[in-house]
Design a protein around this ligand. Structure first.
Ligand code: PLP
Length: 389
């Protein structure tokens, strides 16, 4: 037996494992420290009442012979949820048919699994800074990765470079970690580039619900031509606080590879995935009901308020940053080694953030803060940061 040697090429420790280690070591020596966490991108507000109600109802159904459910009839997801997701797109003026939606247990799985669709010889284009899963999942399957640079000069919204050729393009907008979002013109440029290259765009729309700017599309499929060259990954984690519930979906349009991509993805899922639970899917259905959207938007409004607070404090200190608008992430220029800045914030302000270098070479000198803590903690963290800076 020979182990997959590509695993030797991925970094030993995942970013958040290293952060957790450093925080644990600090708190062991300073048990009295009141740590404020603005590091990992996890939500903190409770689920919307309408979602909890749907979960309890579905759970009760499982306790009666007449309404009990086992495996879902199709690993692609129950029709009631796929229909609801299709309606969700219709609300934003984007046409996605129910049969183009493939329900899963979240985006990390879909991001990791979608690489099964591609030949190992394909070249992958990734903007740097980047959500590390895109890179690691392709390294694990031995693919070549090329990068395009997100920098202060392009406000971390890099545009395609015609000189680079590639087969698979990862885009995340609004972006994790930078909070930057592509506007209509910028996304149209990416779609045009992908079509010229004969490449596919894997579009991560995790933070679409945070978009407020009408010039920023919430779905790649709002861009003409995208149905011929893109797949969209989306999920309930940040839209509806499902990081602990788990439910997501991938949209594969009929036009992509003349329908072959959708067939292959459905085939892959039916072999390697047995569906998301009935309870999760009923909860997700409720999250995209009219009342669910209203209740979830109250949570998102609270995170947005925190993001604005962080952004205003950085403006006041004259610190360059992106995000905060259309996004729960704020990407600030720390002007020093980003792990050094991490330690400074942890030791001197007891605030945990995420060092930019964990997201790629262009992240060095930058730092990510999240807006997912409470308003009070966010305000307290900012006042401590102001003091030490
Ligand atoms: N994609 C991006 C850009 C993310 O930021 C995250 C989570 O933080 C994920 C995917 C993973 O989402 P899920 O909770 O659905 O696995």
């Amino acid at each position: 037996m020979k182990l997959n040697g590509n695993y030797d090429k991925v970094k030993d420790s995942y970013l958040f494992v290293e952060i957790a280690k450093r925080v644990a070591a600090y708190t062991a020596n300073n048990p009295q420290a009141k740590i404020i966490r603005m590091g990992i991108g996890d939500v903190t507000r409770p689920l919307a009442p309408v979602v909890v109600e749907a979960g309890l109802k579905a759970m009760a159904e499982m306790g009666h012979a007449e309404t009990f459910r086992g495996y879902s009839p199709d690993s692609q997801g129950y029709e009631f949820l796929r229909d609801r997701i299709s309606e969700y797109y219709a609300r934003m003026g984007v046409k996605v048919a129910s049969h183009e939606v493939h329900v899963s247990d979240g985006a990390k799985s879909d991001c990791g699994n979608i690489v099964d669709m591609f030949d190992d010889g394909n070249v992958v284009l990734v903007p740097d800074p980047v959500y590390p899963v895109y890179v690691d999942s392709n390294i694990m399957s031995g693919r070549k990765i090329v990068y395009c640079d997100g920098t202060e000069e392009n406000n971390f919204a890099p545009l395609p470079d015609e000189k680079i050729s590639c087969d698979i393009i990862y885009l995340c907008s609004p972006n994790n970690p930078t909070g930057a979002a592509f506007n209509k013109t910028q996304l149209a440029a990416w779609v045009e580039y992908a079509r010229k290259q004969g490449a596919v765009i894997i579009y991560d729309a995790a933070y679409e619900a945070f978009v407020t700017d009408p010039d920023v599309p919430r779905s790649i499929f709002a861009t003409p031509g995208a149905r011929e060259c893109a797949v969209e990954l989306c999920y309930f984690s940040k839209t509806a606080g499902f990081t602990g519930v788990r439910c997501g979906y991938t949209v594969v349009p009929d036009e992509l590879c003349g329908g072959k991509f959708a067939k292959m993805w459905a085939r892959r899922q039916s072999t390697k995935f047995n569906g998301t639970s009935y309870i999760q899917q009923r909860m997700a259905e409720a999250a995209y009901s009219e009342e669910g959207i209203k209740q979830n938007m109250e949570n998102i409004a609270a995170y947005r308020k925190n993001a604005q607070l962080i952004s205003a404090a950085l403006d006041e200190m004259g610190i360059y940053h992106t995000g905060g608008k259309n996004s729960p992430y704020i990407w600030l220029k720390c002007g020093m080694d980003s792990w050094k800045f991490f330690d400074k914030l942890l030791f001197d302000a007891n605030v945990v953030g995420t060092p930019g270098s964990g997201f790629g070479k262009n992240g060095e000198g930058f730092f990510r803060l999240t807006a997912f803590n409470t308003y009070e903690n966010t305000a307290e963290a900012l006042s401590r940061i102001k003091k030490i800076l």
